[in-house]
Design a protein around this ligand. Structure first.
Ligand code: HEM
Ligand SMILES: *[C@@H]1O[C@H](CO)[C@@H](O)[C@H](O)[C@H]1NC(C)=O
Ligand SMILES: *[C@@H]1O[C@H](CO)[C@@H](O)[C@H](O)[C@H]1NC(C)=O
Length: 260
C-alpha cells in the first residue's frame, strides 16, 4: 500500500519538470487583449493563440487547445459558436473575436465566477485575487505537504469549492442575476479546469497546476505538466466531469480533508 502510493507519487505527483516548448514560452504584455476565461488567456500567454488576443478564429482555438492541453481538436467548437451567436465580436468580422469581447455580461460571462468578481462590482474580466483567495482556501491550495491529499484536489473538493463560491457571490451581490442556464454553466467551468489539468495517474488535479493556471495564467510545464504525453481529453470527458461535479451533494457538511 505504502509502496504503491510512493510509486504512484513518483509517476504522477513528482512528474519531471519540462521546458517550455520553443515559441511557446510564457509572456504577458500589458495592453494585450485578455478575457474572463483563464483557459483562453493561458493559451494566448503561451502563443497557442495570437499573443495579442486579437482576431481569434475557430481554427486558432482548435489548434490551440490541441497544442496547449491535448484536447480533441473540436472540443471547444461549442463555446466558440456561443461567442458568435451572442454577437460578442467587435472585430468587424463575425467569424472572429478579440479576447476582451468575451467579458460582455449576461452572455457567456455570468455572475459567481471562481476567479473573477461579478459585473456589478466593476470588473468581470480580470483575475481577482480576493475572489480567488476564498475559492483557493476551499480547494486547500495553500495547504501543502508530502501526503497525497495535501497535493491534489479531488472532484469532490472542487465541487464543494464551486458551490461555496456561488453562495458567497449571491450573498455579496444584491444584483446577482445568473440565469438558470448560467447556473449550470458554473459547474461546467469547474469541469473545464478539471479536464484541462486532470492527472490520469493520480485521478485528481495537482494543486500546483491549478495555481499556475488561475493565478499566473500559465501552463505548468515547470511543475511537470506535459501536453504531449497527456491522454487526450474530449468533449465527452468534459461532460463526464460535469456529471460527477453536479452529483456531489454540496449541502452536507464538508468531510475531513484526506478522503480521496
Ligand atoms: C472558444 C472557446 C472558449 C470560450 C468562448 C470561452 C469563454 C469563457 C467565458 C466567457 C468565461 C467566463 C464565464 C464566467 O463568467 O464565469 C469562461 C470561463 C472559464 N473558461 Fe472558457 N472559454 C473557451 C475555452 C476555454 C478553454 C479551452 C478552457 C480550458 C482550457 C476554458 C476554461 C474556463 C474556465 C476554467 C472558466 C471559469 C473561470 C472562473 O470561474 O473564474 N475555457 N470561458
Ligand atoms: C473573417 O475571418 C475568417 C476567419 O479567420 C476569414 O476566413 C475571413 O476571410 C474573414 N473575412 C474577412 C472579410 O476578412
Ligand atoms: C444583471 O445585472 C447587471 C448589472 O448588475 C445588469 O446590467 C443586467 O442587465 C442584469 N441582467 C438581467 C438579466 O437582469
Amino acid at each position: 500500500m505504502k509502496l504503491n502510493f510512493l510509486l504512484q507519487a513518483a509517476l504522477a505527483g513528482f512528474a519531471a519538470a519540462i521546458d517550455e516548448p520553443e515559441g511557446h514560452e510564457y509572456h504577458r504584455h500589458h495592453g494585450d487583449s485578455r478575457s474572463p476565461c483563464p483557459g483562453l488567456n493561458v493559451m494566448a500567454n503561451h502563443g497557442f493563440l495570437p499573443r495579442s488576443g486579437l482576431n481569434i478564429d475557430l481554427e486558432a482555438v482548435r489548434t490551440g487547445v490541441v497544442g496547449a492541453f491535448n484536447f480533441e481538436y473540436t472540443a471547444f467548437d461549442m463555446p466558440f459558436q456561443q461567442a458568435v451567436d451572442f454577437k460578442l465580436t467587435t472585430t468587424g468580422n463575425s467569424s472572429t473575436f478579440h479576447l476582451a469581447d468575451l467579458a460582455k455580461h449576461d452572455t457567456i460571462e455570468f455572475d459567481g465566477s471562481q476567479s473573477r468578481n461579478d459585473f456589478a462590482f466593476g470588473n468581470d474580466n480580470d483575475f481577482d485575487p480576493v475572489i480567488w483567495h476564498s475559492v483557493a482556501k476551499n480547494l486547500g491550495l495553500y495547504h501543502t505537504g508530502p501526503a497525497k491529499e495535501d497535493q491534489y484536489v479531488t472532484i469532490e473538493v472542487a465541487a464543494r469549492a464551486r458551490a461555496a463560491r456561488v453562495k458567497e457571490a449571491m450573498a455579496a451581490n444584491k444584483h446577482f442575476n445568473a440565469s438558470e442556464a448560467q447556473m449550470m454553466g458554473s459547474p461546467g467551468t469547474t469541469a473545464l479546469y478539471l479536464a484541462t489539468l486532470w492527472d490520469d495517474e493520480a485521478q485528481a488535479v495537482p494543486k500546483k497546476w491549478i495555481r499556475a493556471f488561475f493565478e499566473e495564467e500559465r501552463i505548468p510545464y515547470h511543475e511537470g505538466y506535459n501536453p504531449a504525453t497527456r491522454l487526450q481529453k474530449t468533449g465527452a470527458d468534459i461532460a463526464d466531469f460535469f456529471g460527477k461535479i453536479v452529483a456531489v451533494d454540496t449541502s452536507t457538511p464538508k468531510c475531513k480533508r484526506g478522503q480521496l
